[in-house]
Design a protein around this ligand. Structure first.
Ligand code: HEC
Length: 129
């Protein structure tokens, strides 16, 4: 009895360790990592408010770029949609914020890169069943 429990425990520990190393090698990025070009723009203009440690609770609640990959597929689709929609309407970054930090504004080219990316992700997700 004792040996059996010990063995089961060992087996559980072993699979946990295996799982941990696998996860480390393959972080959860089902739809590929964010392209560098996109990441640079998000880092410049969005991440300050939309991240896990943000003190801007409203922004964090709406969108956390660091947790995008952890969302369910349905939530992910709506998030990517919201991203392209807010950009299309020039709602983000917020105007008040840009008055204070004009250097964080998106250039037309940057806006296009972000929108193209968000739309592409939406399409890929909708297609993947
Ligand atoms: C100064 C802080 C700040 C920055 C910078 C910022 N946001 Fe936001 N964002 C907010 C806040 C606050 C909200 C929630 C309230 C609202 O919708 O206005 C929000 C909401 C959103 C939403 C959800 C909108 C909706 O319809 O519910 C999206 C998508 C978004 N932001 C994308 C972005 C993107 C993309 C960038 C960078 C280009 C960005 N944000 C930069 C503060 C910020």
């Amino acid at each position: 009895m004792r040996t059996k429990t010990g063995l089961t425990l060992l087996a559980i520990l072993f699979s946990l360790a295996l799982f941990a190393t696998e996860t480390e090698k393959n972080p959860v990025q089902p739809f590929g990592p964010m392209p560098d070009e996109v990441k640079a723009i998000v880092d410049k203009s969005c991440i300050g408010c939309h991240n896990t440690d943000s003190r801007n609770e409203d922004a964090k609640k709406e969108l956390d770029f660091k947790k995008l990959d952890a969302l369910s597929k349905v939530k992910m689709i709506s998030t990517y949609k919201e991203i392209s929609e807010t950009l299309e309407k020039n709602e983000m970054p917020p105007k008040k914020f840009l008055e204070k930090y004009p250097d964080k504004a998106l250039t037309d080219a940057e806006k296009k890169v972000l929108m193209t990316w968000a739309k592409k992700e939406t399409k890929t997700l909708v297609k993947a069943k």
